[in-house]
Design a protein around this ligand. Structure first.
Ligand code: NCD
Ligand code: ZN
Length: 355
């Protein structure tokens, strides 16, 4: 058996699904992601949502202003699809390199999704324009029908919404975001070259027992919610398979701790601080550390049609304990998902290094 390596150097990875919020929160979390990733696809679910190219460009400038000196971090922007986003805005988006994608939130599916799409048929002209201009459709793949069990919402979405959508727009690039089920992984594997999926670190590391271990643990609550162990295993299998249409997207979604530890706790896990360490742990547990680089650094860029990064980051084998709370805006705290736990990999302080 080969000796266990104690460093792991990767081409700089990208995060294809990230929430950085705005204002004071943005200042805290952008620095964490910029240390870990070269680029990130920025989710548009602010209040109000980012629905125009002009708003996306202004938001992008605020993110860039929050990147610490000496780090290079490129926000790749998305717009938020509503029932009324006009096809002309798609043409405008296609003219800039800053906006690459549109995010579909079924109305009511998750945090800040009330402006989302109420019926996919209403946005067919906009989807048509996206297909024509080569902009990606990023999908929060859960039905909102209250009659559907929360653990089945992804599988039912695939059947009711995604399958017909795929048929009607055969060349629209679709990313099924943060897949959480065996059905999600299988759908993407079978779907052909225009369909990809992001997979979060927390869905690779935890199953739904984590939410209820010894008491209710709100920091493990996100949407789509963690599923049972067989689904976690399917996701690990997909992420570590080397299949080019599965790629890294943290869905790191910060909320102030007091709004998660609440009678109506917010959905979202904060993982940006330790994302690569968490993915490395999941890949190592599967005996697939050698597959991490392609998943984290190549497959997403390839699917988006962007150049792969240059430069590297290095992880070292070192057991360390993640801080359990960080200051977050005025008087609030932010609790990283891995807070207080030991991780076995640690991103080198000197990372990232230029090529
Ligand atoms: C996200 C958020 O807080 O913005 N929450 C989450 O649980 N993932 C929204 C989302 O991506 O669903
Ligand atoms: Zn998200």
């Amino acid at each position: 058996m080969p000796a266990m390596a104690d460093t792991l150097t990767l081409i700089r990875p990208d995060d294809w699904h990230l929430h950085v919020r705005d204002g004071a929160a943005l200042q805290t979390v952008t620095a964490h992601s910029a240390r870990q990733f070269a680029r990130a696809l920025i989710m548009p679910n602010l209040r109000p949502p980012i629905t125009t190219v002009a708003q996306a460009q202004a938001y992008r400038a605020r993110i860039l202003a929050a990147v610490p000196e000496g780090l290079a971090f490129e926000p790749v922007m998305s717009l938020y699809l509503t029932d009324r986003l006009p096809p002309e805005e798609i043409a405008r988006a296609a003219q800039t390199a800053d906006v690459r994608a549109l995010k579909l939130y079924p109305a009511g599916a998750t945090t800040n999704s009330d402006a989302g799409v109420t019926d996919i048929r209403r946005i067919y002209p906009t989807l048509e324009a996206m297909q024509r201009h080569g902009l990606l459709l990023l999908v929060h793949g859960e039905v909102v029908d209250p009659a559907v069990d929360i653990f089945d919402r992804e599988a039912v979405f695939i059947e009711r919404v995604l399958t017909p959508l795929r048929r009607d727009f055969p060349e629209l690039k679709i990313v099924l975001e943060h897949i959480t089920t065996q059905e999600g992984a299988q759908y993407v594997r079978d779907a052909g070259p225009y369909t990809g999926a992001t997979i979060t670190a927390h869905h690779l590391l935890y199953n739904r027992n984590a939410i209820f271990a010894g008491g209710l643990r709100p920091h493990y609550y996100c949407l789509p919610v963690l599923k049972r162990e067989m689904h976690r295993r399917s996701l690990v299998q997909a992420a570590t398979s080397g299949h080019p249409r599965f790629f890294l997207g943290t869905d790191s979604a910060p909320h102030p701790a007091h709004l998660k530890e609440h009678a109506l706790g917010c959905a979202g896990c904060y993982t940006a601080l330790t994302a690569l360490e968490m993915y490395a742990q999941a890949f190592e547990a599967a005996g697939a550390l050698d597959r991490l680089e392609a998943f984290a650094s190549f497959h997403g860029a390839d699917f988006y049609g962007l150049a792969r990064n240059t430069g590297t980051v290095t992880l070292r084998r070192e057991v360390w304990t993640v801080p359990d709370a960080l200051p977050y805006g005025e008087g609030a705290t932010l609790k990283p998902l891995s807070g207080g736990e030991a991780l076995v990999w640690r991103l080198d302080n000197r990372s990232p290094e230029a090529a």
